[in-house]
Design a protein around this ligand. Structure first.
Ligand code: GLA
Length: 410
């Protein structure tokens, strides 16, 4: 894959550093497995060490890890209902009998990393022990001592002042442990998602990524609701992202029940345009081949992991319900996505690179989901893409001559 020569290099970089130069990739329990604590009746799906060991096995044996999917992230409902006698968080003894340290070892032995969940507040969103201000240092130390590599810090059951103090304090406390840990903040969700309530500059200084908006659910409606919010507000949030600081529109739900093939490609395409974390929440033990192919698409991942780390933007919405999205990439390359919001039939969209704002010159175009050979295209040439209802056509394109002919940020 000469066309994506940067890809391997990026992945290598990504695997050795913890400062999140590119968006994190991995798997998280929440959207698919929620707070199922019933291991008696539902051993396969309940929140238990077995679930995370199963997913670590799949990530390491089914080709995911090599593509960059390296975090196995525990979400809510892993804890015991009470802290131990020293005030330390502890896992539920029946569902995590080996303890989190042993689970971290299991994950690390497979070349993966472990993420965990805590909540800045009195209780987690599902009512397990929270991390009040006085417990922040202790909890950071506990996670470090267990060998945790990533913390998702939620914000249920606290007020704005506690959050204002708590989120920066946790950042300091994690740094003070000396263990590199990725810090994912849910703070913006709880204070209105946008400036002036949300200070994106501060978030970029203290968190590696942050959840801006509502939780994703297993439906196309939910994916559209989230992506529309992100692109409608791109002027506020797009400049906030960059290497080490990422907007997080929430998990990839590809491989579950709610999305068609076209809609699954749309989520993968737009999450790659947005430089979003690629954190799947699905059942890797029973994923079908179509979902696997989308999630393992090397060109889409390479676009998502582009080392420039510039978040893409929506260029425009046509009256015909076609939308065009763009992300600038390293080496003057670009990613383009043509999305159809129609519900009738494949739509033939006619345009040219010039009309899309590209500079004059010759380009090479590669269709990400078709996997075709790169095709030459002049900027003035009219072309037609056929876009399926709720689907996308996604291109990777590169000027043939590098010094001119690339699009500039609007
Ligand atoms: C909140 C978060 C979700 C998930 C749940 C767990 O809703 O936004 O991602 O962590 O809490 O209770």
């Amino acid at each position: 894959m000469l066309f994506f020569h940067n890809y391997k290099k990026n992945i290598q970089l990504f695997m050795t550093l913890d400062n999140m130069n590119t968006p994190p990739m991995g798997w998280m329990a929440w959207e698919r497995f929620r707070c199922d604590t019933d291991c008696k009746d539902d051993l396969e799906n309940c929140i238990s060490e077995k679930l995370f060991m199963d997913m670590a096995d799949r990530l390491s044996e089914d080709g995911w890890r090599e593509l960059g999917y390296e975090y196995v992230i525990i979400d809510d409902c892993w804890m015991s209902r009470i802290r131990d006698k020293n005030g330390t968080l502890q896992p539920d003894p029946d569902r995590f009998p080996s303890g989190i340290k042993r689970l971290a070892d299991y994950v690390h032995n497979r070349g993966l990393k472990l993420g965990i969940y805590a909540d800045m507040g009195r209780w987690t969103c599902m009512g397990f022990p929270g991390t009040t201000l006085d417990k922040i240092e202790l909890d950071a130390q506990t996670f470090a001592s267990w060998g945790v590599d990533y913390l998702k810090f939620d914000g249920c059951n606290s007020n704005a002042l506690e959050q204002l103090l708590g989120y920066p304090l946790m950042s300091k406390a994690l740094n003070a442990t000396g263990r590199p840990m990725v810090y994912s903040c849910s703070w913006p969700v709880y204070i209105g998602s946008l400036p002036p309530e949300v200070n994106y500059t501060l978030l970029g200084d203290i968190c590696h990524l942050w959840r801006n908006y509502y939780d994703i659910q297993d439906s196309w409606d939910s994916v559209q609701f989230i992506m529309d919010w992100f692109f409608n507000n791109q002027d506020y949030i797009q400049p906030a992202a960059g290497p080490g600081k990422w907007n997080d529109p929430d998990m990839l739900i590809i491989g579950n029940f709610g999305l068609s093939l076209e809609q699954s490609r749309t989520q993968m395409a737009l999450w790659s345009i947005m430089a979003s974390p690629l954190i799947m929440s699905n059942d890797l033990r029973s994923l079908d081949n179509a979902a696997r192919a989308i999630l393992q698409n090397k060109a889409a991942i390479s676009i998502n992991q582009d080392p420039l780390g510039i978040q893409g933007r929506r260029l425009f919405k046509e009256k015909t319900k076609i939308e065009v999205y763009w992300r600038p990439l390293v080496d003057a390359a670009s990613a383009l996505v043509f999305l159809s919001r129609r519900s009738d039939m494949p739509y033939h969209y006619h345009t040219s690179l010039e009309k899309l704002g590209f500079g004059k010159g010759n380009y090479e175009v590669y269709d990400v989901f078709e996997g075709s050979k790169p095709k030459p295209l002049n900027s003035t040439e009219q072309f037609t893409v056929s876009i399926n209802p709720s689907g996308v056509v996604m291109w990777y394109l590169k000027p043939v001559k590098t010094e001119s002919g690339h699009r500039t940020l609007l």
